[in-house]
Design a protein around this ligand. Structure first.
Ligand SMILES: O=C[C@H](O)COP(=O)(O)O
Length: 337
């Protein structure tokens, strides 16, 4: 077992949750497309894989520190259901979990006040159910619009879908980019598309889903990240959860470095959302360590970091219960999502 990382040993459960001051980053206003900058972005695959491989292996936090980071992770989850058979009832259950993601008795035992997830994330048609179920809370509703997950419906319809989702009550819109613009190196088309989608969002924050598993190379991921940020994305997000390869550490490293580069050159902080296939508490800790090391503590707040996940919360609850009680409860005692 590797030694606990001192870098993560800076929080107790009491400081990890809702007691942290709520901060909200100003929105990314965007900037003109800078093709020289975009084309200068490269990705050294072997160096990236080496660095990504070193994160999970070196980062192991235990006991109270681990519990603190897991509570932090909960506050950064976009609790998601994106299934063809979604119903209002399922969304109501999801929202009930978002309101109270960890059993009050566990939080009390850790000395932590109430926490919520970062947001809930649903399809457009499920927004009204989420609005009703989250009434009286500040939990944002994120909607996947723009012909999710392929993003191949007519462009005008995709823009209209955004407007309809915002009108229905979504305050965050997760858009999907046209992968073909990246695969053909048409950066102007990607920029224009992203800028128009951002404009259609109005006051709602926009997360740009790159669908990195379909972009062909890490260099394309780096360039697409920059173009979306130049066009005003508030967050960049790895995946829809529907590609055959979703969030990975190498892809995350590339996107995080693009965010850092963008911040160093413009002073604007863009958020990061790994999504798809993140279902284990251990993986959540690895992502948090990566963010802390590469971007720093400021990015470890829900306004700049989210997990897109449908089944991560269950495993985190299991680990927190183990921390408090010393035993794992049977799987049937935990919610399915
Ligand atoms: O954006 C969120 C993802 O669709 C969730 O993916 P997941 O179901 O693999 O956790």
């Amino acid at each position: 077992m590797s030694a606990p990382s001192p870098h993560l040993h800076t929080q107790t459960p009491q400081t990890a949750g809702a007691q942290l001051p709520q901060v909200t980053e100003p929105r990314n206003p965007g900037m003109p497309l800078d093709l020289n900058w975009v084309l200068s972005a490269q990705a050294n695959t072997s160096a990236i894989e080496r660095r990504a491989g070193s994160i999970g292996a070196r980062r192991s936090v235990k006991k109270a520190y681990q519990a603190a980071w897991l509570v932090k992770a909960v506050t950064c989850i976009d609790l998601t259901t994106l299934s063809g058979d979604d119903t209002a009832r399922r969304v109501e259950r999801l929202c009930a979990k978002a309101r109270q993601p960890v059993a009050p008795a566990l939080l009390e035992a850790m000395g932590v006040g109430p926490v919520t997830t970062g947001a809930v994330c649903v399809y457009h048609e499920m927004i009204p159910a989420a609005v009703a179920a989250l009434k009286g809370t500040n939990i944002p509703i994120a909607a996947v619009s723009t012909g999710f997950p392929a993003g191949l419906s007519p462009f005008e319809l995709r823009l209209r879908e955004i407007e309809m989702s915002v009108a229905a009550g979504a305050t965050e819109i997760d858009i999907v980019i046209s992968r073909r613009h990246v695969l053909s190196g048409n950066w102007q088309a990607l920029y224009d598309e992203m800028a128009q989608m951002r404009a259609a969002c109005g006051e709602a924050h926009v997360k740009a889903i790159l669908a990195t598993g379909e972009l062909g190379s890490l260099r394309n991921v780096a360039r697409a990240s920059l173009v979306c940020m130049m066009a005003g994305a508030d967050f960049i997000k790895t995946s829809t959860g529907k590609e055959s390869v979703n969030a990975t550490l190498p892809v995350s490293l590339v996107m995080i470095r693009a965010i850092r580069d963008f911040y160093e050159r413009t002073g604007i902080r863009v958020g990061y959302k790994p999504a798809g296939g993140i279902s284990k508490a251990k993986d959540a800790l690895t992502y948090l360590a990566l963010i802390k090391e590469e971007l720093g503590d400021r990015w470890l707040q829900p306004d700049l970091f989210r997990f897109g996940a449908s089944s991560l919360l269950g495993d985190i609850e299991r680990q927190l219960e183990h921390y408090v009680t010393g035993a794992y409860s049977a799987g049937y005692r935990h919610a399915a999502n």
